[in-house]
Design a protein around this ligand. Structure first.
Ligand SMILES: [Zn+2]
Length: 247
């Protein structure tokens, strides 16, 4: 067995046998992995705090035959503040679910890892529109998994587009006025421009963005259509998000 250290965030956990826990960690070095934390369910276990959902830590892991084994964890930020607020909890659970659903095991993606951690830090402050933050992360994860939205040129004829009013869901991008519109959705020019802006924005510049509720709604329609047509599993926390928004 070989051991190594990596930064990571716990995205999911499950009790395993009598005393152990299975922990899904999105790691910086090797992407999403499953690790066993032996004895983590015991009340005095040293793994108790580092195996809580959303914990961001430096983990020491052993690579076994089928699973990784957690041997050590040093917390950078436990993000437990996110767990105590229903809205923040729902948004952060949704981010974790997206990672779980969209990423292939053991495929490193340092850029996305950085965006994810930035996203958790921003959620943890009150300086930012959570919904917009989640939309921006959705666009990042689409990009990271090969479904980047193309909005500067028509996805069908490649002509330059200053703005647009139609997004093709099957071709992942804008369709110009001249091309045929199918398998997509009409949106306002404002939403098109906002989508393009978010699509190219760095996660740590998010605090500068201000977008109307109507446009946010349109953007959400586009991203959720793309997710539901490309990934077989649907995030459960989405329903909770809709419920929160309706209130
Ligand atoms: Zn075209």
């Amino acid at each position: 067995m070989s051991s190594f250290e990596t930064k990571g965030v716990v995205i999911k956990t499950q009790d395993f046998k009598e005393n152990d826990k299975l922990v899904w960690i999105f790691t910086e070095k090797i992407g999403k992995i499953t690790a066993i934390a032996k004895g983590a369910k015991k009340s005095r276990s040293k793994y108790l705090s580092v195996t809580l959902p959303l914990c961001f830590a430096d983990y020491m892991l052993f690579r076994g035959k089928n699973l990784y084994t957690l041997s050590e964890g040093k917390i950078n930020n436990s993000f437990q503040g996110l767990l105590g607020n229903l809205e923040k909890l729902t948004y952060s659970s949704y981010l974790c679910e997206l990672i779980d659903i969209c990423l292939v095991d053991e495929e490193s993606n340092r850029g996305l890892f950085k965006d994810f951690v930035t996203c958790l830090y921003l959620l943890n402050t009150d300086a930012i529109d959570y919904e917009l933050l989640v939309r921006a992360f959705e666009l990042k994860i689409l990009k990271a998994t090969g479904y980047a939205l193309k909005l500067d040129n028509c996805v069908l004829c490649n002509s330059r587009m200053n703005t647009g009013s139609y997004i093709s869901i099957s071709s992942f991008g804008g369709v110009c006025e001249k091309c045929e519109k199918e398998h997509g959705v009409y949106i306002s020019k404002g939403a098109y421009n906002a989508l393009r802006f978010l699509n190219s924005l760095d996660m740590d510049k998010m605090y500068r963005v201000n977008i109307t509720p109507e446009i946010k709604e349109e953007i959400s329609k586009v991203t959720s259509l793309i997710f539901s047509s490309n990934y077989s599993k649907k995030p459960k926390s989405l329903e909770m998000l809709d419920y929160i928004k309706e209130r």
